[in-house]
Each structure stands twice: as C-alpha cells, then as structure tokens.
Design a binder for this molecule. Structure first.
Ligand code: GDP
Length: 457
C-alpha cells in the first residue's frame, strides 16, 4: 500500500497544523523533509518521541516543527505513521505538504487514515463510526455516546453476542460433519435455552437504538395547527438558545427544510419550519392535506391549539386527520396558557393522552417539554458512557436481521426440525451481526462509511 499524507487539522490559520503521513515509507518520507536540531538522524530516535527540528522544502528551511514517529502497530492507522506539528499557516501547511509529497507520499483520500485503521484491524467499524460521530457531535450527550462507541463499547457488546453464536454454531457443525458420532454437545433443549439468551441480548441491543437515534440522529418532528395558535412562537421556544443549525438545510423531501435543535439530551429535526413561519392562513392556503403530508414524514408531532379560544372546525379537521396516522407520537400543546382558558380539550384527548398546557412566552415551559420528550425517547436505565448503544440505521438493520434469524432458528427447533436447519439460520445470524462491526462487511459499505470523514482523518 502507498504511503499517504494529508493536513489533519482544519483549513485555516492556527497555532499549529498537523501533517500526518502513514504507510511503510512514513519514516523515510519524514527523514527527507525533517532534520532534528540535535543533528542526529530522525531514524536514530526511539518511536513515539517528540523531536524538535527544521522542515525543509527544496533545500531550504521553511519552518521549525515537532515530529513524532509512531511505529506499527502502535499508531492511529496501525501502520508506520509520522506526524509533523508545524505552524498553522494556510500557505505554509500547503508548502510543507507539497514537500512531503515530493519526498514520496501521495495524497490521502477523505477518511483514508481511519479506513486504514479499520483495514489493519486496529479499530472496528462501529468504533470508526463512533469517531465520525465524535467529530460531528452536536451535543454533550452525543459526544458521550460517540466516545463510548469509539472506545469499543458497542464492539464489545456485539462481539460478545457474535462469539456466543459462533460457539453454538461450532457444536452444530460437529453434528453436521459427523452425524453418526453423536458429537453434538448441545441437545436441542440446551440449544433453545442458549438461543433464548442470545435473543434477549439482541433485543436489548436493538432497543438501544430508540435512545441512540434520538441522541445522535435526531427525531423528525413537525408542528401543526391552524393559523394564529402560536406555532411560530412555539418553534422559537423549541429551538431556544441551543439551536444547532442556523441556515436551513434541505430536508429529505422536496420543498421541505429541516432545522436541528438540541433539546435536552436529544435532538429534534424540525421539518418544514419555513412553512410554520409563514403560516398565516395556512389551512386555507395549503389545505389540511399538506399539513397531513408533513405529519406523515415525522415521528413526533406537536399539534398546537389555542387554549384561549374555543375549538373550531379547523382544529377538529386536524384532530381527525392526525387520528388516522399510525405509529406517530402526538403531543397536544394547548398554547397561550397565560390567557384565560376557553378551550374544551375533550376531543383533543381522543387524539392523544399527552396534553400539555404551555405558553410560548414562558421559557420554563421549554424545560417541561424537554423533560416530557426525554421521557419518551431516553431510556434512563442506559449509561451513555458504558453501555453499547446503536446510533445509526445501518447498525440497527444488521441487529434486527440477526435477531430475525435467531428467532427463526429457535422456532425451527420448536417445530422439531433437526439442529442442522437451526445451524444454517445461525449462520445467517452471524453474517448479519458480522456486518455490524465489519467482520463480514463488503468494500462498498466500508468506502461509504469512510467517505463521511474529512481528508486528514
Ligand atoms: P402561528 O400562526 O400559529 O404561527 O402563530 P404565531 O406564533 O404567529 O402567533 C400568533 C399570535 O399569538 C401572535 O400575536 C403571538 O404573539 C400570539 N401568541 C403566541 N403564543 C402565545 C402565548 O403563549 N400567549 C399569548 N398570550 N399569545 C401568544
């Protein structure tokens, strides 16, 4: 494999910039551009030592710097790696990088250092995703979960279940290979008991995604209500001080925009907030159908009503339409609680039993809403830093598919089929789980994951 190099710090002026070089030639590339002040060869220093010296380009000193050589496998990538800590000038960084290229390194692709760490077995796929999430962290809780993934908590959890499946498979293979020898050391009953335990573990792991998704990916959310109930004012309350994305980003669907708000320990991905802001005569202008289409895209719906007025026809239409939606969490916000209440909530209670009295003007109501939403999405029995938590749809899909196969294996034994049938289902379960952590993952998925990183990581 070639020796790669890139600037690993962000583009721009700064105290220092780090140039990372990785591959078999890392030390010799370093030795061609960096000369210790001690006049000793850089190769004479033991690895993992910071050495002070001068950086040369085309025979002339262009900077003084610190250099560290990390000997394989004790490096980020698992390969021989060198890091140069130079002064953080934009042009300077580029010039030093050019010198490193002239000395034999080639430009690194985005994420290639981390990809090499995975390929050399230094980190698992979920650890790599943890590192990407750590860099992308939008809240302290997201950073906490990401750090736990990056340091291998999720990998260990998956690895534990994977090993149990493989051990069970081993016993079954003995039976398939030598059916007459009675080599299987697990009876169907014992196998069923072990499968139930594995199933429980997988279910627990699967359920962590409810929290992991809310913290790391965010809950897609809409605010719905007839004009003037206070949607726009409530939106501002929800976005609050911690508002994460200032410029609206294109949503998953045409014509929608999303804004992400850090909401306590979770994130809300508020869909079509532009529609909320220009909502005068919204019902008349876009019709209930459009409001409903918005709701269909969301997991969480805030249905807003004006508590200071009686329920009107438009409110009822919204209640009726929302009642038809399945698998949605609806929270009815009875707004303007600072005014005298005239609203009868009887019909609203047929839509949801989550009815909250709020005022868009009262900051304290945001805290109450955060607490309510956190109760819905955060499993407090989970430790963000210690439990393996699933944080993305890719990991979730592989755990669900492993769980399905384990269930089928259990059922096949229940129905009295021989253990070899259960064995082939267990084989599928290990493949699915193997995908999660990269034990059995294909190159496309690997490239896709690492392309999320920036150059230099
Ligand atoms: P939208 O059309 O649903 O987005 O509603 P707006 O947020 O534009 O609010 C409509 C009107 O209600 C504005 O005059 C707001 O100032 C007012 N309003 C919004 N929330 C409250 C509240 O909690 N209490 C009171 N008293 N007025 C509110």
């Amino acid at each position: 494999m070639s020796t790669i190099a890139a600037i690993s710090t962000p583009y721009g002026k700064g105290g220092i910039a780090v140039i990372r070089i990785s591959g078999e030639e890392a030390l010799s590339v370093l030795g061609r551009v960096f000369f210790p002040r001690s006049k000793r060869e850089i190769t004479s220093y033991p690895p993992s030592n910071a050495v002070y010296g001068d950086v040369y380009r085309e025979g002339k000193i262009i900077d003084n710097a610190l250099a560290i050589y990390f000997k394989a496998p004790k490096s980020y990538t698992g390969e021989d790696t060198a890091e140069l800590y130079i002064h953080g000038g934009v042009t300077l960084s580029r010039l030093v990088l050019e010198a490193v290229f002239s000395a034999g390194a080639v430009p690194a692709r985005a994420g290639e250092f981390t990809e090499r760490a995975f390929l050399s077995g230094k980190i698992s796929l979920t650890e790599a995703e943890g590192i990407a999430d750590l860099i992308d962290s939008r809240s302290a809780s997201m950073a906490e979960i990401a750090a736990s993934s990056a340091s291998g908590r999720l990998s260990q959890k998956i690895g534990g279940i994977y090993d149990r499946l493989v051990a069970l498979l081993g016993s079954v293979y003995a039976f398939i290979d030598y059916p007459d020898e009675d080599l299987t050391d697990v009876s169907p009953e014992e196998m069923k008991a072990e499968l139930l335990k594995i199933k429980t573990e997988l279910e627990k792991l699967k359920n962590t995604y409810h929290t992991g998704k809310a913290v790391c990916e965010g809950i897609s959310t809409v605010i719905i209500g007839k004009p003037n109930v206070g949607k726009s004012s409530l939106l501002n309350l929800l976005l609050g001080e911690e508002r994460a994305i200032v410029s609206p980003v294109p949503g998953t669907t045409r014509d929608t925009v999303e804004e992400t708000a850090v909401f306590g320990r979770i994130q809300l991905r508020l869909i079509d907030t532009a529609g909320v802001r220009e909502s005068e005569d919204e019902i008349e202008r876009i019709g209930v159908e459009r409001a409903l289409a918005k709701a269909e895209k969301a997991d969480l719906i805030f249905a807003v009503f004006d508590g200071s007025r009686e329920l009107e026809h438009d409110d009822e239409k919204i209640i009726d339409e929302l009642s038809r939606l399945k698998d949605k969490t609806v929270i009815a916000l009875i707004n303007k609680s600072d005014l005298e209440r005239r609203l009868d909530t009887e019909k609203i209670k047929t839509l949801t039993d989550r009815v909250e009295y709020v005022s868009a003007f009262d900051e304290k109501d945001r805290d109450a809403l955060v607490a309510l939403v956190e109760r819905l999405y955060v499993d407090d029995s989970l430790s963000f830093s210690d439990d393996g938590i699933i944080t993305n749809a890719r990991q979730y899909a592989s755990v669900v598919s492993a769980l399905d196969s384990v269930n089928e294996a259990f059922l096949s034994l229940e129905r009295g089929f021989t253990q070899d049938i259960a064995g082939s289902l267990l084989e599928m379960a290990t493949s699915s789980l193997g995908l999660c952590d990269g034990r059995k993952v294909n190159d496309d998925v690997v490239h896709d994951i690492f392309s999320r990183f920036c150059v230099g990581k």
